[in-house]
Design a protein around this ligand. Sequence first.
Ligand SMILES: Cc1cc2nc3c(=O)[nH]c(=O)nc-3n(C[C@H](O)[C@H](O)[C@H](O)COP(=O)(O)OP(=O)(O)OC[C@H]3O[C@@H](n4cnc5c(N)ncnc54)[C@H](O)[C@@H]3O)c2cc1C
Length: 380
Amino acid sequence: MSRTYDVAIVGAGIIGLAHAYAAARRGKSVVVIDRDKRANGASIRNFGFITVTGQERGESWALARATRDIWADIAPQAGIALEQTGLILTLRRPEAVAVAEAFMQTEMGEGCEVLTAAAFRDRHGQIAAHDALGALVSSHELRVESRLALPKLAAWLASAHGVTFLTEAAVASVAPPRIETSRGPIQAERAIICPGEDFVTLLADRIAAYRPQKCRLSMLRLASPGFRLPAPVMSDLSLARYAGYAALPEAEALRRRLAVEQAPHLDNGVHLIIVQSADGSLVVGDSHHYGDLPDPFAPAEAEACILDEFSRATGLHPPPVIERWVGIYPVADGRRFFIDAPSDDVRLVIVTSGTGASTGFGIAERTITDLFGPGKGASK
Ligand SMILES: Cc1cc2nc3c(=O)[nH]c(=O)nc-3n(C[C@H](O)[C@H](O)[C@H](O)COP(=O)(O)OP(=O)(O)OC[C@H]3O[C@@H](n4cnc5c(N)ncnc54)[C@H](O)[C@@H]3O)c2cc1C
């Protein structure tokens, strides 16, 4: 109790760490408190795919660009490897080509191009399926290995920015200047709560007002295919799922065709992301199952659909599965994230769209400006 921090942050996932960085960069003294020894939730179970292209047009797309720039700036300082850059979204149906071409006509097409089938084969023949009609290629994306990146980010925040970490400490109440934890009280003038999918421990009524649900995802790691992917890979299914493409009028025809040709994939919320790690292995996913309490039983059908789409999109036989896991992220109708202000000195920040690695640093800049800057007290 001897020290009073400028801000206490509950949660050491990427959203908590992004807020710690934004506050520390402004010279604030910061303590991050988590019930676990280190991040172990959605933030280390994800692809580590920092995606710009495909984010919802407008606010999310802008936040993703800002977040990507911050990752690019701090990764070398924190010793975090940028494992991959860019994106190749393979196109296998005329309806998918139409969505990609419509996307290119928007402001979001800047830095992207649509390759013809011949150009795709010529440049990236190893991942061009026999029926590939081309590819949407983006230069914007970054990829980190989240299970390594999060601990490195936390260590760098501590060593380079003086952030204090209090781990294995559950926070039971937040009423600045007093924060009650299972390891005793902490003093902080302000608090930011970034609880991820914990909707009940703190501010349960405030969170419930957003009517959040949870989404469970199935993820796989496959053995190395024996070559380096030129970039992370996505496919037609992603065009019907990612809001930056799916909201375009051209996506409707693609959705209708996918409903006929890939109904089990849609029923399991499956679309394809393939990213590659330093050892050559591939992180591949994912499926989406929604509920107020997703059970831990990942259906085999979802995994089969993911591997099937892997083959269709790349023309490759999937290498052996070497790891399986599930992850959960919060969702809320019509919101990509929210910043709630239960009082002048407390903010609650939850990303409700499975995009926290891609938008978190941008969101954190807003929260910190709101909390410490001229807009103090405002709520989004
Ligand atoms: C399988 C999967 C794949 C994904 N892929 C991507 C991707 O490639 N790109 C992307 O941008 N996004 C992706 N996402 C989404 C992204 O991972 C999340 O949006 C992000 O990790 C959310 O971060 P968070 O810090 O809010 O939550 P979390 O990582 O869940 O962290 C919350 C932390 O708060 C702590 N906590 C909560 N309450 C308390 C309390 N009372 N006291 C103490 N500690 C507490 C928890 O212990 C936890 O460590 C994916 C998500 C999943 C599940």
